[in-house]
Design a protein around this ligand. Structure first.
Ligand SMILES: [Zn+2]
Length: 390
């Protein structure tokens, strides 16, 4: 391996930390790992920073300082943690995810006057607006064969040049990473109070870390997706012998990849205390996720329910649901109706304002409740709860 010019690399980190002191703790938490395989610099999930000696040699200190900030931004913004929450189809193309993440970072860094090396990726290269999160850029980026890899600290998948979780120098654990994020956000606020300036992207990030506003759509989609995956794995998870002619696998028993798709019931509270719009939004989110994971048609049943189950119907849009208006709510009736069929659902999603009694016994299925409205009473602990508020 070519020898790494550590003096130059660390001088660049010193410059980055001196110019933007609020990033100092995070920058100094990174462990340097020299590597001939990494094209420039990259980070893994454990805050280890892989550095190409050749890249350090040919890059001026000011640009190296900007790259330090770029790498630590992937980790502070928890890009790998957020990538883990993407739908599987999006997560598969790690390079495309990485391009979207670089767009999220680099527009702020350029606005902040950091001289990133040539070839940097920015939203304007794709005709996209600045100041968005990578999840938004990802939906806008053209389908293409991207090659762009900042490491598992960015897109979440281990890159060939990484040490792996159990080898290499010790890194930063999840709890420590969270505290570094919190500390950095606090330092940014203190910086704004003292100097009055902070790039807009960092300002929004610090606000989100210190006062998180979680989008219920994302949480509900995640809960439904996870419950469906759990149900798909729990049903008939049989081991089958592979075909005899696959000699490379002789004697090895693989888990069958063909599992039956789970059935899902959606029970909707139509007692009238919930608004049309909220029901429509929550139902759209649930059916969207179910479609995305391939659960559709007769595998999804939607029941409208107040004190009585009025109708059992397969609905695809909220207009088909008639609000009963007034009356009490008893979602126990709806859950019981959902389970009183020959082919029982393994997941029941309940959309309710929470003003309902819940079953005394834990049913033999997963229950995800979307509690609509800011003052909805809590559900029992065994119900997975997502609060829907606008
Ligand atoms: Zn990057």
């Amino acid at each position: 391996m070519a020898e790494l010019d550590t003096t130059k690399l660390l001088a660049a980190r010193y410059r980055a930390a001196t110019d933007r002191p609020y990033l100092a703790s995070a920058l100094y938490a990174l462990t340097v790992v020299p590597s001939d395989e990494v094209p420039t610099m990259g980070v893994d999930r454990h805050w280890r920073c892989y550095v190409s000696p050749g890249f350090v040699d040919r890059t001026p200190v000011a640009e190296l300082a900007a790259v330090w900030v770029h790498e630590v931004a992937h980790l502070l913004r928890d890009h790998h943690g957020r990538a883990d929450l993407l739908p599987a189809a999006d997560r598969r193309d790690r390079h495309r995810v990485n391009v979207a993440q670089d767009c999220e970072i680099n527009d702020d860094l350029v606005a902040d006057g950091l001289p990133l090396p040539a070839g940097r990726l920015e939203p304007r290269l794709f005709g996209l607006p600045e100041g968005q999160l990578f999840e938004a850029y990802l939906t806008e980026l053209p389908r293409s064969t991207w090659i762009h890899d900042c490491g598992s600290g960015a897109h979440g998948e281990p890159s060939p040049w990484e040490s792996g979780a159990t080898s290499g120098p010790p890194g930063v654990g999840g709890v420590e990473a969270e505290s570094l994020r919190h500390h950095t956000a606090e330092a940014m606020r203190a910086h704004v109070r003292a100097r009055g300036t902070l790039p807009g992207g960092w300002k929004r990030w610090a606000d989100e870390v210190l006062e998180p506003t979680v989008d219920w759509r994302q949480v509900l989609a995640g809960a439904v997706r996870e419950a469906a995956a759990w149900a798909a794995g729990a049903v008939d998870y049989t081991y089958r012998r592979p075909a005899r002619r696959s000699t490379a696998l002789r004697g090895v028993v693989l888990p069958s990849l063909r599992r039956p798709l789970p059935r899902v019931a959606v029970v909707i509270d139509t007692s009238g205390s919930m608004g049309d719009e909220e029901i429509a939004a929550a139902l759209a989110e649930v059916t969207g996720v179910l479609r995305e994971v391939g659960i559709r048609g007769n595998r999804v049943t939607v029941l409208a329910c107040d004190a009585d189950v009025r109708a059992v119907s397969r609905v695809t849009s909220a207009e088909q649901i008639a609000l009963a208006g007034g009356g009490g709510t008893d979602m126990r009736v709806g859950i019981a109706a959902a389970l009183a069929v020959r082919e029982r659902p393994s997941v029941v999603v309940v959309l309710t304002d929470g003003l309902t009694p819940w079953p005394d016994e834990i049913p033999s299925c997963r229950i995800v409740a979307a509690l609509v409205g800011p003052s909805a009473p809590a559900a029992p602990a065994w119900v997975e709860t997502v609060r829907v508020t606008n």
